[in-house]
Design a protein around this ligand. Structure first.
Ligand code: AMP
Length: 125
């Protein structure tokens, strides 16, 4: 079921549990502001999720409440992860689902990085 992105942060969500070390993940990158790990159900040859360490439901929540340092750290980390994985040469796609119409399943902001093959049209038709 897609989540309602207007609800308050739920600290029991699966990515909060990953951040607390309660659930394992295949980490790609970590710094002060960000954790990145492989998606458990990859939709492309490369499918990495990048999440802020702070408690933010979605891009909407993050863009309102996060500090300048958290926002800069997150945006720069997404670029760095893609660059260091060698994805710039052939290209990659970023995607963030926000709320019900986008089908957001996990109520902790995450950016999907897709790469490794032609990714098809931007949206399913
Ligand atoms: P979204 O639909 O944008 O909320 O995407 C949620 C993503 O989280 C999906 O691509 C899932 O495959 C992924 N996911 C769910 N649980 C885990 C997990 N424990 N480790 C890694 N990825 C996960």
């Amino acid at each position: 079921m897609p989540i309602d992105a207007t609800l308050p942060y739920d600290a029991s969500n699966i990515f909060a549990r990953i951040l607390r070390g309660e659930i394992p993940n295949r980490t790609v990158y970590e710094d002060e502001h960000v954790l990145a790990f492989h998606d458990i159900n990859p939709q492309a040859p490369t499918h990495v999720l990048v999440i802020p360490k702070g408690a933010y439901v979605s891009w909407d929540d993050f863009s309102v409440r996060a500090s300048e340092a958290e926002i800069a750290g997150f945006i720069r980390a997404v670029g760095k992860i893609a660059r260091e994985a060698g994805l710039v040469e052939h290209g990659y796609r970023l995607l963030a689902n926000i709320g019900q119409h986008a089908g957001q399943e996990v109520p902790h902001l995450h950016i999907h990085i897709f790469a490794g093959a032609p990714l098809g049209p931007m949206l399913a038709r």
